[in-house]
Design a protein around this ligand. Structure first.
Ligand SMILES: [Zn+2]
Length: 350
């Protein structure tokens, strides 16, 4: 139990890390506290991206790993840690529908960690558990990102059969690199049982996105939600035209239902394990973009309460039963399947 609770604390620290924002906001979906107000981006077109003068289309963004004695004993030295950093970058770089080019260029000295110096770094922070991303941005978008992670313990590197959902270094890296794109936190699945680091036996939404709050299988891969989010920011050539969207409104007690999660789950012969999330805006409106053509189930659910560790938008509604729209929704390339109206019923408490 001791190991488990320590891991939970680490997870809380990781996922509670706040995304600093300059101009524009990170896509998606959960609102962030910025400039004295809750703000959320609901359409990819409005999302913040990198300043193309720093990282333009077709260019490769360089990263540096910062030397530190704390890389040992988990690693023999900094050179041995480098492949793991590269795996984190590749997790995003290998998404077929996205065009994200970044790599580890080299190692820099300890005194070059984390400041606004035009260099993107991964460094160790002895003060923290988990990790965080520090995003520097100007008027035209993101210009630099620095990732601080806790001093790695050896159990960060190999799965522990007794603790299969603990936090690991690769998952931390993938999550924080996602913030550097910049992606924000999508909702966790309400079927995920945070306190046991496992899942309920639900038919739907079994996996949390890599960018969501919540328990993580060791070294878990990118989910469909993560891949679509990254691809909407930096689409591979021709990809957007192959996708469609689903939009509509959600209401509760005759009023708009803001900050509610809407998941579109592709129906295919693998079941309905994956989903793509969006959240309703203040008017209860939503749009889920980047969907491959096909049939989907729509699942509307509250933001999982534990997923609001770093604060909840005061206007979010939580106390309703989740709902699966009982017919498939067809998505066609280049089109919006719009006008869906979802009426919720009061139910579960937060
Ligand atoms: Zn985060």
């Amino acid at each position: 139990m001791k190991a488990r609770s320590r891991s939970l604390i680490a997870a809380v620290a990781l996922f509670a890390s706040v995304l600093p924002l300059g101009s524009g906001e990170a896509y998606r979906f959960r609102p962030v506290w910025a400039n004295g107000a809750w703000r959320a981006v609901h359409r990819a077109a409005d999302a913040q991206r990198w300043d193309t003068r720093v990282w333009g289309p077709g260019e490769t963004l360089p990263w540096h790993v910062v030397d530190h004695p704390g890389w040992a004993p988990a690693f023999a030295d900094i050179r041995e840690a480098r492949p793991l950093i590269e795996r984190g970058l590749d997790a995003w770089g290998e998404i077929p529908s996205a065009d994200i080019r970044w790599h580890v260029e080299g190692v820099v000295g300890r005194n070059e960690a984390g400041g606004r110096d035009g260099r993107n770094t991964v460094f160790l922070d002895e003060e923290i558990g988990g990790g965080y991303a520090r995003i520097w941005s100007g008027r035209d978008g993101v210009t630099e990102c620095d990732i601080g992670i806790e001093v790695p313990r050896e159990e960060f590197l190999e799965p522990n059969p007794e603790q299969p959902f603990g936090l690991d270094l690769l998952s931390i890296l993938i999550h924080e690199l996602g913030h550097c794109l910049p992606l924000a936190h999508p909702p966790s699945s309400p079927t995920t049982r945070w306190w046991e680091f496992g899942w309920t036996r639900s038919l739907v939404g079994r996996r949390n996105p890599q960018m969501a709050y919540g328990p993580v299988p060791f070294g878990r891969p990118i989910t469909l939600d993560d891949a679509v989010g990254a691809s909407l920011l930096y689409p591979a050539a021709g990809w957007r035209g192959t996708t469609g969207s689903v939009s509509g409104t959600v209401s509760l007690d005759g009023a708009p239902a803001p900050s509610v999660s809407v998941s579109l789950m592709p129906l295919d012969d693998r079941g309905i394990r994956e989903n793509v999330n969006a959240m309703t805006d203040r008017d209860g409106a939503f749009v889920v973009e980047g969907l491959a053509p096909g049939d989907y189930l729509m699942w509307v659910h509250p933001v999982f309460p534990v997923a609001v560790i770093s604060g909840s938008p005061d206007h979010a509604v939580h106390d309703f039963d989740d709902l699966v729209v009982p017919w498939p929704i067809r998505v066609a390339a280049g089109r919006d399947s719009g006008g869906h109206v979802v009426t919720l019923r009061r139910g579960r408490g937060p």
